[in-house]
Design a protein around this ligand. Structure first.
Ligand SMILES: Nc1ncnc2c1ncn2[C@@H]1O[C@H](COP(=O)(O)OP(=O)(O)O)[C@@H](O)[C@H]1O
Ligand SMILES: [Mg+2]
Length: 207
């Protein structure tokens, strides 16, 4: 597959049209032939792309702060998890991230307890917490600690003290996030994340 960029003095220059085509082919290879990037998602993809390749100028122009993470929101099935998983392919080693579903974190907490919070909240690793909110159905009887909220508060500290960003995906809107995690978390979300939002009308790709 032709690389979607040219190299000049060790710097990559991306051609977005080629990147789109390349990512589409890569998506088919990774997720199956039915994978097909939609023209209507090109705007979101473009933003995710310039952020991932750390194109500072373009990020400035589109209001993306490279010192913050990405919060990708949108309805169930619109392709959030798929896109962020595929885009890891373009990420630099230093800013690459590990996808971790909040459901798995919740399950880990139920077995290991508090060390789970430190494992994800106090580490130099960059995480993308996949699907904020779905873990709410996993709360066990007697488990009063909101694991993900605690982890997010730690990640906020991590950003303040060591510039380590966090990424996340969610189907929830800001009000729902506040209801779930409380005002303390919500007030920090804005300084932790660049919001990139699929419209509510974004198509469900599972169909
Ligand atoms: N552009 C696309 N074209 C076709 N299928 C896709 C596309 N993006 C995602 N999918 C598929 O649709 C399903 C839902 O995608 P997913 O990324 O899990 O959505 P979300 O995380 O937003 O709920 C997955 O099975 C995925 O493989
Ligand atoms: Mg998902």
């Amino acid at each position: 597959m032709e690389k979607p960029y040219i190299m000049q003095n060790g710097v990559r220059f991306y051609d977005f049209k080629k990147t789109f085509t390349y990512l589409n082919a890569y998506g088919k290879h990774k997720l199956g032939e039915s994978f097909n990037l939609k023209e209507e998602d090109a705007g979101i993809l473009y933003k995710l792309m310039i952020y991932t390749i750390r194109d500072e100028k373009s990020c400035d122009k589109h209001g993306l702060d490279l010192n913050k993470g990405i919060l990708l929101t949108g309805p169930v099935g619109c392709g959030k998890t798929s896109l962020l998983t595929l885009l890891k392919h373009f990420a630099y080693i230093e800013t690459n991230y590990t996808m971790k579903s909040t459901r798995d974190i919740s399950a880990e907490f139920n077995i290991d307890g508090y060390p789970t919070i430190f494992k994800y909240g106090k580490t130099h690793k960059i995480y993308c917490f996949d699907d904020l909110g779905v873990e709410q159905n996993m709360k066990h009887f007697g488990n009063e600690c909101n694991t993900i909220a605690e982890i997010l508060l730690h990640r906020y500290e991590l950003l303040q003290s060591q510039n380590i960003v966090t990424h996340a995906t969610t189907n929830l809107n800001a009000n729902e996030l506040e209801k779930l995690y409380g005002n303390r978390v919500r007030s920090r979300l804005r300084s932790m994340f660049n919001l990139i939002a699929f419209p509510q009308s974004a198509s469900d790709k599972r169909k």
